[in-house]
Design a protein around this ligand. Structure first.
Ligand SMILES: *Cc1c(COP(=O)(O)O)cnc(C)c1O
Length: 396
């Protein structure tokens, strides 16, 4: 190696790196900042980071421009003070709960929470001395009765899985404000394009961004938005526990969220059309969609979700598992996949997947039967979605 020219290994490491600092124009869309660490030119820049300059990054576990961009976007859509992006919905929920609660604290939660959330509360939080009471969240007297002096928060989902029962967030916010108990709302099923719980008095909103916010079934993530003190506690927990998302997942989700409002309009219109068609089909015993007048929360949904009721619905066949299996095999475009909220329509069977751990008796009590199917209605043409279900149902 000559003195004037570094060797091939040195050049391979250093050449070309400064390209983005020399550019005259800037990219129209956000680049992916796949960098685990950021470079400081002076000790002053370290002090600037530690003073809290949000444009100063140090280490991607602590923060990254792609996560920051997504946090700014969703904070704006939900109308919150602060936001935190995490590696999954469950990582965000863990940060929200474990960053804030301590041994001896108690929470009141809906008994219809997402299965893994319930498992987190009952199997993990309980081991650290955090107690919980699960209630029918629609029964405000039961919620109030479950609150003890140790209760720190009420936890619900805007709409439940799979029967799409709607939580009365404004009423829960009034309960909890009177007692100084915080309200945490999982808004995954609606998205901020259709409903913003913070405006109705929730303290913190969360999403599995794996679902509608990303919307394309190709990235896993979770986000918290709301009360700045609570988000700071969650960020501290995430820094220590390590649930940060990758820049690529943040970038994909940021890209997906650009079309959120358009997608939610299509999901909602298609779900309404499919719900009405299913209701009219002789093989179908019941349809659960809050956009139908027959749904127990129809009026509440009309009041809260003015722009549409989203794309999640469930229906119960007159038949049982044999007919469900036939339907799965006969649907041509609608896939069986145990997740939700992608552009492509999909179905799942709660009894065999998300609610498998519950006994037959408990499931029947919840009105989830062998013949109950959940649909995540996509953004295909509504007539085509309906035709696929009708041909499959006709063949049963
Ligand atoms: C999927 C989901 C979660 C969990 O999110 P992950 O991204 O799978 O970790 C939490 N709440 C609801 C309502 C969900 O649908």
């Amino acid at each position: 190696m000559s003195a004037s020219r570094p060797g091939v290994s040195t050049r391979a490491v250093h050449s070309g790196n400064a390209i983005d600092h020399k550019m005259v124009t800037r990219p129209k869309s956000l680049p992916i900042y796949e960098s685990s660490v950021f470079v400081y030119d002076s000790l002053e820049q370290v002090d600037d980071y530690l003073a809290g300059n949000p444009d100063n990054y140090m280490y991607t576990r602590l923060g990254n421009p792609n996560s920051a961009a997504l946090e700014a976007l969703i904070r704006d859509l939900e109308g919150g003070e602060a936001a935190l992006f995490s590696a999954s919905g469950m990582a965000a929920i863990s940060a929200a709960l474990l960053g804030r609660l301590s041994a001896g604290d108690h929470l009141v939660a809906s008994r219809e929470l997402y299965g893994t959330t319930q498992s987190l509360i009952e199997k993990e939080l309980s081991r650290f001395g955090i107690g919980s009471t699960l209630v029918d969240i629609g029964d405000l007297a039961a919620v109030e009765a479950a609150i003890t002096p140790a209760t720190r928060l009420i936890y619900t989902e805007t709409a439940s899985n799979p029967l799409v029962r709607v939580s009365d967030v404004p009423a829960l916010a009034k309960l909890d404000r009177a007692r100084g108990v915080k309200l945490l709302v999982d808004n995954t099923f609606l998205s901020p394009a259709l409903y913003q719980p913070l405006a109705d008095g929730a303290d913190l909103v969360l999403h599995s961004t794996t679902k509608y916010l990303n919307g394309h079934s190709d990235a896993t993530g979770g986000i918290l938005v709301g009360d700045a003190e609570w988000v700071a506690q969650a960020r501290r927990f995430q820094t220590n526990a390590g649930g940060s998302a990758s820049p690529f997942e943040a970038w994909l989700t940021f890209r997906g969220a650009k079309t959120l409002a358009l997608r939610m309009r299509a999901h909602s219109a298609n779900a309404q059309q499919l719900a009405e068609a299913l209701q009219a089909h002789p093989r179908v015993a019941a349809v659960h969609y809050p956009g139908l007048p027959s749904h127990p929360d129809h009026e509440l949904a009309q009041r809260l979700f003015a722009k549409g009721c989203s794309g999640m619905l469930a229906f119960t066949l007159h038949g049982g598992l044999t007919e469900v299996d036939q339907l799965i095999r006969r649907l041509k475009h609608t896939v069986f996949a145990p997740s939700l909220a992608g552009v492509a329509s999909s179905i799942t069977h709660p009894g065999k997947t998300s609610h498998r751990m519950l006994s037959h008796d408990v499931l029947s009590e919840l009105a989830i039967y062998d013949g109950t199917i959940r649909v995540s209605v996509g953004i295909e043409d509504g007539d085509d979605i309906v035709a696929d279900f009708v041909q499959a149902l006709d063949s049963l």
